[in-house]
Design a protein around this ligand. Sequence first.
Ligand code: ATP
Ligand code: MG
Length: 410
Amino acid sequence: MEDPSTLLTKLGEDDLQVLRRLSSEGAVWIVGGWVRDGLLSTHNSDMDIATDLLPSDVIRLFPNSLTHGARFGTIGVRMPGNDRTWEVTSLRSEAGYTDGRRPDAVVFGKDIIEDLSRRDFTVNSMAISFPDGEFLDPFCGMVDLHSKTIRTVGDPSKRFSEDGLRILRGYRFKAASDLWTLNDGTELAMKECVRMINKVSPERIGSEIRRIIELPSGGNSIKLMQEHGILEKILPGANLPGHFHATGDISVDMALLYCDSEVDLKTSSGIIKDNLKLTKEEVSIFELLMSLQVQNALTSAEEVRRFHVAVPPDWKGKVVRYFESKGEDRSQILSTVGPPVAGTVPLVDGNELSEFTGLDPGIRLGRLKGHLHRLQIERDMTCKEEVLDCISEIDYVNGDPLDWDLLSWP
Ligand code: ATP
Ligand code: MG
């Protein structure tokens, strides 16, 4: 663990510029994850700052700032030529929470200790003043940081009932490593306050789930969420595999949760789209993975070549990760069978095919062309003549064009 007195020496030149400008007019403290992670000797490029200045003052000092959170006291400070954002929040002493997510009214205050008392966990409620470096730890965050304990500031049930997002943040901090534990009272209250998840927006739930699965112990947090009954609220019907290790990819991990569930594909797609706000592309990848019969897929060279051509490049790694998570290793065949030698474009075009077969443009010619393209890729053909030779295998005059499979995977 680092000594708090060393933290300010870790500030970058751009941090110093922001902090100096703010402190020229008001009182300033570094708070949140930067302090927590700094004490753990881990780098956190996201800096949260508390100040007794009002949001309007912060905007005046940093005219490029992002102001959509101004009503709740938070300004995203931006500096020209720098792509970082510093979250600067005016000290708060707000009234109650009746919607379970946002304070009813924000009253700006002057008291940093009161501000820290409104933060979620003790390890997140430490502050360092700037420029003098006074370390504030009114809720014994350092003690909990030493033992890697996640404990709410104040009564856990009350704090989770004020804001259900804190429950998900608890699972996220736990996911950082298996060394973190939830304090007993905190864990019990997370379970008891499961209903509070209904008050959290799907966007926020999705963003926390994404962050959880990306962390080293994300799979264990998801398991714990299942034990606590919160996973069922977010992802109804999800069925965790025995040894669930999150891959960190949302489509892959959702497919791992739903591939052995009773829920049908249409319903599970709807759930991840609506409850986590996955993008269209993420849902499409999920649907592709869910459609696979993993044991039999990617087992022949023909199919692997089709896979190389029909699956978008950035989806392939996800498919492979899904296979690996299901205990199906395809590294051997994928490393020996590469993409087709002659590239992916059809070697025979529609005009040539029409001339060769005497077929007029239409579904018959179109499907024949598509099917030949499939054969070209599967058999790794390199010249037009080879493709045209295949036509003798197909009854293109009387056969049903719908029997001629097009290039696709699986
Ligand atoms: P990281 O930035 O590494 O994800 P963080 O702890 O800094 O972690 P932020 O979302 O940046 O998380 O929030 C900054 C600080 O604001 C937190 O450390 C915590 O003190 C406080 N905070 C954030 N969200 C809440 C919340 N829902 N309820 C109470 N306090 C919160
Ligand atoms: Mg932060």
